[in-house]
Design a protein around this ligand. Structure first.
Ligand SMILES: Nc1ncnc2c1ncn2[C@@H]1O[C@H](COP(=O)(O)OP(=O)(O)OP(=O)(O)O)[C@@H](O)[C@H]1O
Ligand SMILES: [Mg+2]
Length: 389
């Protein structure tokens, strides 16, 4: 099931809590949970210490005692928002001592609560507590960007049980579907056209499911998308929604600098340039890095280069590329024509059919570095942090 940001609403007036629930539910992607109790002190501790993310405490007549109790609780993990009488200076100063994130005046909660929680949601998106976006782009057609995107996605889901989505943004000639032998029931463009109506749950209908941890979001195999047909704010909204639902979001881009790819490249935490081991590829890499860095203002630290189909007997070496492009975040993925063709013909990712191959091992090293995985043991998805109740 898709996890949402959970907001716990605590108070002693159920009608009031239900009103707040409605305000918060309107923000989308948030699951409000109401706890109504005569003496709220009994429920505060468990909520703020639990892995709860956002706890809204509606103070009762015993507000000062409730805040003092809050101060005494050690190991508070939740973000705490107080709703109470803001004109009461004692309450305000005690709230500050109790380590709350915000204090909303009870008379103005309807205007304020949505904004405060919406900001926290946005901060979560920016603070890295949500899924990471990696964009793959080749520097020259056929370098292997889609192959690497498919296998990195598969490896992340398989080896570390991360929740992964692979989005094929090559809306005209996308080929990810072939790598997994999948035909989408509903296409990426259809989701983009109705983003305003989608939430985490309904977006799932657009996914082609590969296994428990890996989903694909694919373009239509029949309808062609023309330049200018994609609504940019909806692309942004899609990325935000995916960040909330997946640990790793891999986006396979066509080799094209247009408003859609610009937006995705700007949003990405990492951009992976796929090159092959020829001087032309290396020069194209230099040109693309210049475009990304100078024209799109993308930091060099976000850029990673992969030399695909790497052959150690080739006279052009990794050092040559590093020198030519003046960039040293470089990985290699070995060439294996026969095995790659076989797996491609079967519609199975190489990493599934031949995990012990040098090519697959190289992909694992790349995947591990991209997802910043430090340990060999399966990493729990960050979204499991939301399994509190
Ligand atoms: N490491 C590899 N060893 C052998 N064959 C490979 C390797 N990587 C990719 N290929 C093959 O190279 C071909 C091109 O790969 P792919 O479609 O992934 O490239 P691309 O960069 O996405 O191309 P496009 O410009 O069409 O988007 C495919 O047939 C793929 O199976
Ligand atoms: Mg491709």
């Amino acid at each position: 099931m898709i996890e949402k940001i959970k907001v716990v609403l605590i108070g002693n007036e159920s009608e009031f809590l239900e009103e707040q629930r409605a305000v918060i539910a309107n923000l989308g992607d948030i699951e409000p949970l109401v706890i109504c109790s005569e003496t709220i002190i009994n429920v505060i501790k468990e909520s703020v210490q639990n892995e709860s993310y956002i706890v809204v405490i509606n103070l009762t007549d015993q507000g000062l005692e409730e805040l003092q109790f809050l101060e005494s609780i050690l190991n508070k993990k939740a973000m705490i928002i107080i709703v109470g009488d803001q004109s009461n200076i004692d309450l305000l100063s005690q709230a500050l001592r109790s380590g709350v994130k915000d204090f909303i005046d009870v008379k103005r909660y309807e205007d304020k609560l949505g904004g405060v929680i919406g900001n926290i949601k946005r901060n979560m998106l920016q603070s890295g507590q949500v899924g990471r976006v990696s964009a793959m782009i080749n520097v020259k057609g056929g370098s292997g960007a889609s192959f690497i995107a498919s296998n990195v996605a598969y490896a992340l889901a398989k080896e570390w049980a991360l929740k992964v989505v692979l989005v094929d943004f090559d809306l005209q000639f996308g080929s990810i579907s072939f790598n997994f032998d999948k035909t989408p029931k509903y296409a990426l463009m259809e989701a983009l056209n109705i983003m305003d109506d989608l939430d985490s749950l309904t977006l799932e209908a657009y996914m082609s499911k590969c296994n428990e941890n890996l989903n694909l979001l694919l373009p239509s195999p029949v309808d062609v998308v023309l330049p200018g047909e994609v609504n940019l704010p909806n692309v942004q909204r899609l990325i935000e929604l995916l960040r909330l639902n997946y640990s790793e979001i891999l986006i396979d881009l066509p080799r094209l600098i247009d408003p859609v790819s610009n937006l995705i490249l700007e949003q990405a935490d990492e951009i992976i340039l796929i090159v092959q081991q020829t001087l032309i590829h290396f020069r194209m890499a230099r040109r693309l890095i210049q475009i990304l860095n100078k024209d799109l203002d993308i930091g060099l630290d976000k850029i990673v280069i992969v030399i695909n189909r790497y052959d150690s007997s080739n006279s052009l070496r990794i050092e040559d590329l590093k020198q030519l492009v003046n960039h040293d975040q470089v990985f290699t993925v070995a060439n294996d024509f026969k095995k790659v063709v076989d797996s491609s013909n079967m519609g199975v990712p190489l990493y599934e059919s031949s995990p012990r191959l040098k090519t697959s091992k190289d992909i694992k090293i790349l995947a591990k570095s991209l997802a910043k995985i430090e340990f060999e043991t399966p990493k729990k998805s960050i979204f499991n942090l939301f399994d509190w109740f």
